[in-house]
Design a protein. Structure first.
Length: 162
């Protein structure tokens, strides 16, 4: 009986000592990995905020650029393979710009962002475009799909319902 008790005591001591070592090891590892996670998270948050600000700045320029029929602006912010989905039609970037250039010069446009969802190197933005003319105001919803090309964001496609 005395021998059994001695074996149990040694087994329990070994078990609790190994638990102690495991706990110490986990604590040391979690301190190091939590620092990496915090640093990675911080960098991701900074990139997210920077990207979001870039897109919002483009939308602040979007309405005025459309008002003045600014071809260079749209060639910069729309991808070369941009597609506009407009009432059952699809227009290329060039066709979209040509359509804009044919519109009356006295219409003032304003783009309002309603939702902006960042998805890494892509983003989906929804909002409303308002066209103000001396004789009428008209507003319609749109959805833009954005892609990051290097450090620059560009619209891949727009779905617009007039």
């Amino acid at each position: 009986m005395h021998k059994l008790f001695l074996h149990l005591l040694i087994a329990c001591t070994t078990f609790f000592f190994s638990l102690f070592l495991t706990k110490v090891s986990n604590i040391l590892r979690s301190v190091d990995s939590s620092i990496e996670v915090v640093e990675g998270r911080s960098q991701c948050d900074q990139r997210y905020l920077r990207d979001k600000q870039q897109l919002l700045e483009i939308y602040r320029e979007y309405g005025p650029a459309q008002t003045r029929h600014d071809r260079a602006f749209f060639e910069r912010v729309e991808t070369e393979d941009f597609v506009l989905f407009l009432e059952g039609e699809t227009l290329s970037r060039e066709e979209d710009i040509q359509l804009m250039e044919k519109l009356p010069a006295d219409i003032v446009y304003k783009a309002d962002v309603e939702n902006l969802q960042m998805l890494g190197d892509a983003a989906v933005v929804t909002g409303r475009m308002t066209a103000s003319h001396p004789t009428y105001n008209y507003s319609w919803p749109w959805i833009d799909v954005w892609v990051r090309r290097g450090d620059q964001w560009q619209i891949q496609s727009t779905t617009s319902v007039h």
